[in-house]
Structures are given as structure tokens and as C-alpha cells.
Ligand binder design. Sequence first.
Ligand SMILES: *Cc1c(COP(=O)(O)O)cnc(C)c1O
Length: 395
Amino acid sequence: MPLSTIDRADTFMFMTYRRSPITLVKGDGCRLWDEDGKEYIDFVGGIAVCNLGHSSPLVTNAVCEQSKKLIHVSNLFYTQPQTELAQVLIENSFAARVFFCNSGAEANEAAIKLARRYSREKFGPERHVIITMDNSFHGRTMATLSATGQEKIKKGFDPLLQGFRYVPFNDLKNLRSAIDGSVCAVLLEPIQGEGGVVLPDPDYLKGVREICREHAVLLILDEVQVGMGRTGRLFAHQHFGITPDIMTLAKALGNGLPIGAMLATEELADAFGPGSHASTFGGTPLITAGALAVVKSLLNDGWIENAREMGVYFKTGLTTLQGKYSIIRDVRGLGLLLGLELDRDVAGSANVCMERGFLINCVQERVLRFVPPLIIGREEIDLLINCLDVVFKEI
Ligand SMILES: *Cc1c(COP(=O)(O)O)cnc(C)c1O
């Protein structure tokens, strides 16, 4: 017998991921199939990535057509798809400039570098500390894991990058007292994703914006997970009546094509002049042609409105379950970023759901996180709610 894909993967690759024991071979919309032909409804969406669903013809066609013309030339030259994507992002955001890279961590790296360089040039070398939040997640590179406020992400990797200071999320008093002349920026997720789907208190982000303004400190929003329509607005900060100085995007920007972006106001443009930062693969014609199709579809095809409507519908279903089962501690979230917290470990429940044909991701041990494609409909949500009803009844 030849060894299975799973056995070979576990033999040849680092075991950095705790993978579910299925091998997926095909996707269509909100559905996925494994190599045995078993069908799943996908509430993971590639971890908030596949907003237009799997095998989106728009994305597939854009990539196919571009791949016949030009895949890569380096950033020593101008290309059309990269320029068009930049223009669409700028015309639909607070920002004036964008830098393209390949991942969320790289977008945050770019933001950290830009904030430091701008502040150094404007205020001098003392001003370099970046305040981040407890329980945050900003990536796995050395700078971004140093920025991340979770010990488990940093364990064994010291010495970490210097110049980060951590405060509790949703705590303006602590933030205010953490600011001194050495602080150049505050970096946070508008809604904490990996941290367990934690929403900001109603006036928290306005307060953060105000504190940053008072001290001329830059506000960096990590919208890698919550951006691109996930919460029912193109960017999550639009719910809260503020704009940042810098914003990072990645996950859903390419619907699965590797792309990240760092956007900022014109004030910061000069700090990233020629030679200051670069990426070989950042914004290749191939990937930006795909991402352009994604962004245009999000803006024009009603999926962000669908995320808003389905988010309300889905949350109502989860809240009804909460009324039935006392093991459910909390239901929270915005748009199609929803969390259901249990009074116990959720991994077992997620596994039973998988056996029953539903893929769900767990965060922080006790939270089921639902981040399906934004194209999801009532029927699929009803099927999941019924499944959870059965699973919780059995506990
Ligand atoms: C996923 C994520 C990142 C890291 O993105 P990668 O593409 O995995 O590097 C950073 N910030 C947030 C908020 C994320 O959810």
C-alpha cells in the first residue's frame, strides 16, 4: 500500500500545524471536498481569506488571462495590474499611498518600519516604541511576533525585537499612561481575531484615535483579518467613525492568492522614499490582477452587504442556541466574523462538526470562530445551526 497524503505530509514537512486529518482536493463556493469525495460546508474560508468562495470564476479567469501575458518583472518597472489595484484601494480608503507585499506579517513589518522611520525623521531616534495590545496577533516574523501580545507565540524565540510595549485591549486609561516621548505608534486590530473574536467597546477606538492625535503618535490598524468586507464594511474601522494613519491588509485581499498591502496617508509618503523598503514578489502582475478582480467584485457585486445581512442572521441563530444550552458562554462578533465561546474546550465539538460535514476553526481553546466566505446564504447557515444544535445536545 502506498502511504497516504497525510502520512507522507507528516513524514516530510515540519509539524508546525495541527492539521485536521482530511485531505482537501476541490472547492466550489462555500463547499469543499476531500479525496474520498466527502463534502463539507466551509466556515473557515481559508481563515477569513476566501471571501468570494472557492474556485471563484472571476479570480480564476483573471489569473489565467494575466498568466498568459506577464507573471513577474520585479519592481524595477511599472506594471498595469499593480497600478490599477493601488488606485482602487486608494480611491476606496482613507489612504493616499500603498505598498504591496506577500502576507499579513509582511504588511505589518512594512507598517512598523514606516512608523519608525517617519518618527525618527520627524522627532529623533528616541521616538521608536510601538504600543500593542495584550492578546493581539500580528504575525510570525521576528518583528511581528515581538509586536504580538501572546506569550505562546513568542516562546523560545528570544531575544525578541526591542521597542514594543503592551497594554490591555479596551482600556484607554492604561493606554494613556503607557504613552511617553519614546512612543511613535499604537498598533492594534479593530477587532481581535486570533485573540478570540474580541470587539472593541463602543467608544474605545475613538478614544484611541484621540489619544494618538493628542500625542502626535501614529495609529496603525491591522485589518489583515477584519478588512475586505468581512465585518459588513470594506474596512472594519468604518464601523467606528475613525481613520488610522496606517492600515495593513492581507488575508482576503487576494481570495487566497498571496498578497499583503500597507496603506498610509500622504503625510507618511516621504518616509518611504526610494531604497527604503522593497519586496521581490510584492505586487506582481499575476497576483495583483487576481486581487484587482477580488476587490472589484467586493465593491460591485453586493457581497459586503451580504456579509452584513448574513452576519445578523447567523448571529441570531447562534444566540438562539445560547438560549438553549448553558455550556455556551458568549456569542459575539460583527458581520461574518463570529465567535461562540463555550465553558470548555471546543476542539471536540469542532471535530464532531467536521465528521458531520462542517469545517469550523477554534481559537483560544474555548472559542469556535466562524469566518465563512461572504457569499454564504441562509441555507448553509441553517444547516450549520442544526448541526451545532445536535452536537451541543449530545454534550
Ligand atoms: C493572519 C493575521 C496576520 C498574519 O498574516 P500572515 O499572512 O499569516 O502573515 C496578521 N495580523 C492579523 C490580525 C491576522 O489575522
